[in-house]
Design a protein around this ligand. Structure first.
Ligand SMILES: [Zn+2]
Length: 323
């Protein structure tokens, strides 16, 4: 039986899975992503996770046909590495991935993607409908997207296509994004930014009566969604976040014409209705062409890991006919 390996490399955790040719996962391993001291230590953790998952599945790494990796960026596809990951300390510069994994599993077939691209590969592989034209959007600490058009998964020349969270949505640029630019989608709607955006709206509102702990340093997106049912201002924030989300998704839809847009990431997974309903509502008004189906990923937290496995099985495409 052929075996495949998938790796989800995030800023917090490294996860590895061993699967069979149907994409059924036989064993997994999860460990903390080392915060250095160098990139090689991150590489070692990835290799250790793959070794542990293989051992658990009773599969020798040399029996692995192919591997897929969904990773934090930015990627350097020519080198098969991550180049200065934004969410790890500065001492973590280059994280070699393709070469060392290739050596471990004794296969040239190692596919590296940014995590949202791996997400759309997983969605495509496991979807019942329209897998050739679809998008995957993650709304978590950041925002990003992976897109398949006419059956092609768009990667970009350097592997960094789909950084849609840094799409300019507010021409007034009232919020500054984590990347340092003004008016980006993510600056209003990612989990890290919703609290600051809520504070900005509260200031605009002046005399405000709200249960939200706006002045508490621990104030988070979770509070906003928890109070959406019983607090008028929280409901207003949820609606405004939905508006910016819909603007980002509208631009995505007009650019790539997906028939399905599925959502993942902690903010969407924890609050599916409050995140997706406003998007659906605004999309109906804002999209000129076909309004896509908007849904939550059925793969939950595992979407990138499943995508990495699906990439290994399908030669980096998610196209089941190629498995
Ligand atoms: Zn940005």
């Amino acid at each position: 039986m052929p075996y495949y390996v998938g790796v989800d490399l995030g800023a917090t955790n490294v996860r590895a899975a061993v699967a069979d040719g149907d994409g059924s996962i036989l064993a997994t391993d999860k460990r903390a992503t080392p915060r250095g001291p160098t990139g090689i230590h991150v590489t070692e953790a990835v290799l250790d996770a793959v070794r542990a998952a293989c051992e658990d599945a009773d599969v020798d790494p040399s029996e692995v046909e192919a591997a897929g990796v969904g990773s934090i960026g930015p990627l350097d596809l020519a080198e098969g590495s991550i180049d200065g990951p934004a969410n790890l300390p500065d001492s973590v510069d280059t994280v070699p991935l393709v070469g060392p994994i290739s050596k471990l599993v004794d296969s040239e077939r190692v596919h590296l993607h940014n995590d949202t691209v791996a997400g759309v590969i997983g969605e495509r592989f496991h979807a019942d409908r329209n897998p050739d034209d679809m998008a995957y959007v993650t709304i978590s600490s950041g925002i990003g997207a992976g897109v398949a058009v006419d059956g092609n998964v768009l990667e970009g020349w350097d592997g960094n296509a789909g950084e849609l969270g840094h799409m300019l949505v507010d021409p007034q640029g009232r919020r500054t994004c984590g990347c340092g630019r003004d008016g980006h989608w993510e600056a209003y709607c990612s989990g890290n930014n919703i609290p600051e955006y809520a504070r900005m709206l509260a200031e605009e509102d002046g005399d405000l009566d709200t249960a939200l702990p706006l002045d508490d340093p621990e104030f988070s997106a979770k509070h906003v969604y928890e109070h959406a049912d019983d607090d008028e201002f929280a409901a207003h924030v949820v609606d405004q976040v939905g508006f910016w989300n819909a603007m980002g998704v509208t631009n995505l839809v007009q650019s790539y014409a997906p028939l399905v847009v599925s959502f993942g990431g902690a903010v969407a997974l924890n609050n599916p209705d409050l995140v997706l309903d406003p998007i659906r509502e605004y999309l109906d008004e804002s999209v000129f062409n076909n309004v896509p189906e908007v849904r939550l990923t059925s793969l939950g937290d595992d979407v990138v890991l499943h995508g990495a496995v699906a990439s290994a099985i399908t030669g980096g495409t998610g196209d089941r006919s190629r498995s």
